[in-house]
Design a protein around this ligand. Structure first.
Ligand SMILES: *[C@@H]1O[C@H](CO)[C@@H](O)[C@H](O)[C@H]1NC(C)=O
Ligand SMILES: *[C@@H]1O[C@H](CO)[C@@H](O)[C@H](O)[C@H]1NC(C)=O
Ligand SMILES: *[C@@H]1O[C@H](CO)[C@@H](O)[C@H](O)[C@H]1NC(C)=O
Ligand SMILES: *[C@@H]1O[C@H](CO)[C@@H](O)[C@H](O)[C@H]1NC(C)=O
Ligand SMILES: *[C@@H]1O[C@H](CO)[C@@H](O)[C@H](O)[C@H]1NC(C)=O
Length: 361
């Protein structure tokens, strides 16, 4: 059975009051989610890794408490699901075979610490690397979904109208390239070469998802990792962000728009929307007051080695005033700001916002 958690209308959800009420029917038949801890909804709870968020205070603002989401409440994917009129997207690894067969509103394959490259994150345990996530999606398409459709054509039509979010790449830097003692990549590749390698691998992965039937994509770029409390702290920055690290990931971000345009042009019937996570997040850091944020340090008390929240230690009370929940991850409120901009706005998700993407034939 697909899980459905009714969304409590929090005081800051101003635009969606009107919007959620209006869309009682789906704007898309399903939302499929690939990625890392920014959108993991609990897959890592089922893996042998220290990259887990299944304990308090994670989930303090989520209806059912800690779920494995790496934030205090809802992720970007949760807000997107609500905007689309869909239930929250369940973690693939948490579903029984029967549940997998019955779930036709989308599944989540995202995994904390995972990256585009298979080795990414391996030093802290297991994860679902992007290629493994795609293998699980292939199993979904070939084994589970067909039970719900009379013909193969109907299945293809459903997939072509569904939304596919791919939010990955942060860990290829944080849990790979920037850890030379644990990973080889910075010995083997210069910064420009490495970004090109990541983009080439990602392009192949996006084609693989297309070949399984996906047509409507939202692909995130990498966030301003140099602004995260963890790296601001480790780089001894007293104000602003570690711009050297932001410049490093910008090499990747500069190549991504062209690659997505090429895919849209070459893959028949496809649309690839760019999620400008970097700019949106950078803007939050530069102009926090514009969005009601007043505090750039993490809300929960973090373990200085992992930058994850310390278990059972009370977090800050004014959570909607913080951009960051722990050392790396945005708060629910920051996720909400980005999801709202991406769904309805004109700058965060381009060349179409997600509402426009759902209307595309
Ligand atoms: C989990 O990973 C740790 C560290 O890599 C390892 O020592 C342990 O044996 C693993 N446990 C299982 C059940 O695989
Ligand atoms: C890293 O590279 C060195 C030298 O090329 C090699 O000996 C080593 O096995 C590599 N380590 C990993 C984890 O790939
Ligand atoms: C930050 O400061 C500490 C203590 O002064 C020092 O050990 C460390 O190397 C510094 N880190 C960076 C990236 O400069
Ligand atoms: C693109 O797909 C449409 C149907 O979706 C088909 O009619 C058309 O022939 C295809 N074009 C190419 C170049 O494959
Ligand atoms: C920011 O939040 C931290 C953690 O809750 C807190 O210790 C600090 O006093 C806050 N700073 C401001 C300026 O509110």
């Amino acid at each position: 059975m697909a899980k459905f958690f009714p969304i409590p209308l929090l005081s800051f959800l101003l635009i969606p009051h009107f919007f959620f009420a209006k869309c009682s029917s789906h704007l898309a038949p399903a939302l499929y989610v690939f990625g890392d801890s920014l959108v993991d909804s609990g897959n890592n709870d089922f893996l042998n890794t220290s990259s887990k968020a299944n304990y308090k205070p994670y989930g303090i603002d989520f209806p059912s408490g800690p779920t494995g989401r790496f934030t205090n409440g809802k992720t970007f994917a949760d807000f997107l699901a609500k905007y689309l009129g869909l239930p929250f997207v369940p973690p693939y690894l948490g579903l029984s075979k029967d549940q997998k067969s019955e779930t036709i509103t989308g599944m989540n394959y995202a995994s904390g610490s995972a990256g585009i490259l298979r080795k990414t994150g391996s030093a802290i345990g297991m994860n679902l690397a992007l290629q493994i996530q795609i293998e699980l999606f292939e199993e979904t398409v070939k084994h589970y979904l067909p039970k719900n459709f009379k013909t193969h054509h109907e299945l293809l039509k459903y997939l072509s109208k569904s939304i596919f979010v791919v939010d990955i790449g942060n860990n290829d830097y944080l849990n790979n390239y920037l850890q030379p003692a644990r990973y080889n990549s910075s010995h083997l590749y210069g910064p420009v070469q490495f970004s090109g390698y990541l983009l080439k691998e990602l392009k192949q992965s996006l084609q693989d998802i297309y070949n399984l039937g996906a047509r409507k994509f939202l692909v995130f770029n990498i966030g301003p990792i140099g602004c995260t409390p963890a790296l601001v702290y480790s780089q001894n920055i007293t104000s602003g962000c570690a711009e050297n690290l932001n410049q490093l990931v910008s090499l990747y971000n500069e190549g991504l728009p062209n690659m997505l345009q090429e895919l849209t042009a070459s893959l028949n019937g496809s649309t690839f929307v760019l999620g400008e996570f970097y700019q949106a997040s950078y803007d939050l850091n530069q102009n926090p007051y514009k969005y009601g944020f007043t505090n750039r340090s993490s809300c929960c008390v973090v373990n200085s080695a992992t930058s994850q929240c310390l278990q059972d230690v009370s977090p800050c009370k004014d959570r909607a005033k913080h951009i960051y929940w722990d050392g790396f991850h945005p708060t629910q409120h920051a996720n909400y700001v980005f999801a709202t901009g991406c769904f309805l706005g004109t700058t965060q998700c381009t060349p179409l916002n997600i509402l426009e993407l759902t209307q595309k034939h």
